[in-house]
Design a protein around this ligand. Sequence first.
Ligand SMILES: [Zn+2]
Ligand SMILES: [Zn+2]
Length: 112
Amino acid sequence: MADGEPSPGCPRCGGQLAPLGAGRVCRSCRGAWLSEDRLAEMVRMMNDALFAEALAFAIREAAEAALRCPACGEALVPESFAHQPVDRCPRGHGVWLDDGELTAALRAVVPA
Ligand SMILES: [Zn+2]
Ligand SMILES: [Zn+2]
């Protein structure tokens, strides 16, 4: 995305996505849109690990209509990560997590 283009809307509620660090967060529903690399980096930091490991996504059954990728408009694939439901762009643009899911997922990846 070039600078100056309007930021794409929230896949969940259509609200405005505001930049937050290397990701984006919805001003309305507080969901988060992150690149997979960024999510892997957050997991790495939570574990105090030297290298980021590949993220382990699992397929999940979605009870709702597919969300749309804010980057390409493709239907996001319902998956789960660290026991949290996430929605992932099949073209690799990023991962959507609803409000609270990112925090919960990051807590879940830390070894007890
Ligand atoms: Zn939203
Ligand atoms: Zn996409």
